[in-house]
Design a protein around this ligand. Structure first.
Ligand SMILES: CC(C)(COP(=O)(O)OP(=O)(O)OC[C@H]1O[C@@H](n2cnc3c(N)ncnc32)[C@H](O)[C@@H]1OP(=O)(O)O)[C@@H](O)C(=O)NCCC(=O)NCCS
Length: 156
């Protein structure tokens, strides 16, 4: 956890990041921890991504880029209009996991969402790294069931 992250930039996603986000989302390790574990076709992803983050939906997506500018992770905040809350979803390219970069990506992304936002996360009980990551970033478990923990961001 002593790595210097100055070379890793967190920035709002652009449409041109779609392919890298798709590649990361489709990696077997990331799919294993996703709600929908199916492999997604690029054409389906591309339409979804454009509509979801560039279509005035209130959804937000940030990416983490390495020193070469290659996108190695994403952090999405999907806005639920009726409930006025965001659901967060984060993933790193497996090659970059386990170095504290998830913490860097989540903490920087949280600084870029509107203040007072309600942010929720759903984490599989089989995903201890993710649970630790969210707890470290001030998320608290408010509910659990057989499969998942449900957490809420309680702010700085
Ligand atoms: C979840 C994810 C973003 C975490 O990012 P990361 O950079 O790999 O995680 P970090 O290196 O910051 O580690 C987070 C914490 O979990 C701990 N951890 C890692 N693997 C662990 C394991 N198998 N069991 C328990 N703790 C573990 C780390 O030690 C660290 O705790 P610390 O800060 O107290 O040392 C990343 O692993 C990932 O993309 N996973 C696949 C997708 C996913 O699970 N997304 C979350 C769905 S909600």
């Amino acid at each position: 956890m002593t790595e210097d992250f100055a070379n890793f930039l967190v920035r709002p996603a652009e449409i041109s990041d779609s392919q890298r986000i798709w590649e990361i989302r489709n990696s077997p390790m990331v799919r294993q921890h996703s709600k929908n574990q199916d492999e997604i076709k690029f054409s389906d992803h591309q339409n979804w991504f454009q509509q979801q983050y560039f279509g005035n939906t209130g959804n937000l997506c940030f990416v983490l880029a390495n020193a070469e500018g290659i996108v190695i992770g994403y952090c999405r905040f999907d806005f639920n209009q009726p409930n006025k809350n965001y659901r967060v979803s984060i993933a790193l390219d497996p090659q970059y996991q386990g170095r504290g970069l998830g913490h860097w990506l989540l903490s920087q992304s949280l600084k870029n969402i509107p203040s007072q936002s309600i942010v929720l996360a759903e984490i599989k009980k089989t995903n201890p790294a993710s649970l630790k990551l969210f707890e470290k970033n001030n998320f608290k478990t408010y509910q659990s069931d057989e499969f998942n923990f449900y957490l809420k961001y309680v702010g700085e």
